[in-house]
Design a protein around this ligand. Structure first.
Ligand SMILES: [Zn+2]
Length: 366
């Protein structure tokens, strides 16, 4: 394997020089965005926790994520960097030495699930290539009460409903391809995390969730089992009409007003997937660290966190209802003037989130 030395923020990194998808150890420079926002989010968690924290970077590859945590976050006691691939393990050790982080970083060569079954951590980061589903049960066992869990999923196609059978198999939830696929996918992932952790009497409370390019990233805090009931109450079904674009959530209805039969999606978490205060703190932290784009996203997440689930893509509505598209800002202003909550979303540049129902939206669009 050809190795090159690169830099990400203040970390010097030995990483494979060849095509990242073919290399023995995976390093994706494009994921620096996710790592930046993760550094900020973990720093905010540390501040709230008010104690020194032990972190696990469970699927480390080159080690870049764990090294950055150790280097950029104040109040870190130890970071465990784990990879079962012997080539990655060697690279991790070299990268720790290269950055003089031996005191804070502990390299591990093992199966992430075994490691998590045997140890307890304040914060766990699961950044797999593909689905995180096979790691969640061990993470639930391994995470400290009042801990913090970060999860990446790159298998967005099944989550978003392109492959309903794969999604059902991996996540136990029925997903279908809709016009709000991006938010649906991330909510399927969150629902699965909540349910996986609740099996071990851990409540996973989402704090910051976003979709970008071909991955989802979710951060949540761990609370005691008493909070699980409240989370489960926020699960429900989506009734989706594929004749028009109507959808409903909550109580089961069989038929759309247009006469067509509803299809069902779920059961899925319909509660808040980002916490306004937490996201605002992450935005502040990003500003401090000069993560400009990441800060903008965190700010946007704070602003949309209070809006109801599932956006409406105006492009899609214009197509199915054969209407002319208004300017998105004008339409949001019109919704607000009529007393509805409304705003934009990071999930889709041509979409609005609102508590107005489908029929009301169409009436106002015409
Ligand atoms: Zn309909």
């Amino acid at each position: 394997m050809k190795i090159q030395q690169i830099r990400e923020e203040k970390i010097k990194l030995l990483a494979p020089a060849e095509n990242m998808y073919k290399a023995a150890v995976f390093y994706n420079p494009k994921m620096a965005f996710s790592r930046n926002i993760s550094v900020a989010a973990l720093q905010v968690f540390k501040k709230i926790a008010g104690r020194k924290i032990v972190v696990l970077d469970a699927l480390s590859a080159s080690g870049v994520r764990g090294l950055r945590y150790a280097n950029e976050i104040s109040g870190i006691k130890k970071v465990f960097l784990n990879d079962k691939n012997p080539v990655a393990y060697k690279l991790i050790k070299k990268n720790i030495a290269l950055n003089r982080l031996k005191k804070k970083c502990v390299p591990q060569k093992g199966d992430a699930n075994i490691l998590m079954h045997q140890n307890v951590f304040d914060a766990i980061d699961l950044d797999p290539f593909g689905s995180p589903n096979i790691f969640l049960d061990s993470a639930a066992r391994s995470i400290y009460h009042k801990g913090f869990l970060a999860v990446t999923a790159t298998d967005t196609a099944p989550l978003c409903g392109s492959y309903p059978e794969t999604c059902f198999k991996k996540y136990g939830i029925r997903s279908l391809k809709t016009d709000y696929y991006s938010e649906l996918g991330i909510r399927v992932l969150i629902s699965h995390i909540i349910l996986a952790l609740s099996r071990r009497e851990r409540a996973f409370i989402p704090q910051l969730s976003f979709a970008k390019e071909h991955y989802f990233r979710v951060f949540g805090k761990i609370e005691h089992a008493g909070k699980i009931t409240d989370l489960l109450k926020q699960f429900g079904h989506i009734m989706q009409c594929f004749n028009c674009g109507n959808r409903k959530y909550g109580n089961i209805e069989l038929r759309c007003f247009c006469g067509n039969k509803f299809e069902f999606v779920g059961p899925i978490f319909l509660g808040k997937i980002s916490d306004r205060k937490f996201c605002a703190e992450v935005a502040k932290e990003c500003k401090k660290k000069r993560f400009i784009e990441e800060g903008m996203l965190a700010k946007q997440l704070a602003s949309e966190s209070e809006l109801p689930p599932f956006y409406y893509d105006l492009h899609y509505l214009a197509k199915v209802e054969k209407i002319k598209l208004p300017k998105i800002e004008d339409f949001i202003a019109r919704l607000r003037k009529s007393g509805f909550k409304a705003g934009r979303t990071h999930f889709c540049p041509t979409a609005v989130k609102t508590d107005a129902g489908y029929e009301e939206i169409i009436k106002m669009l015409k």
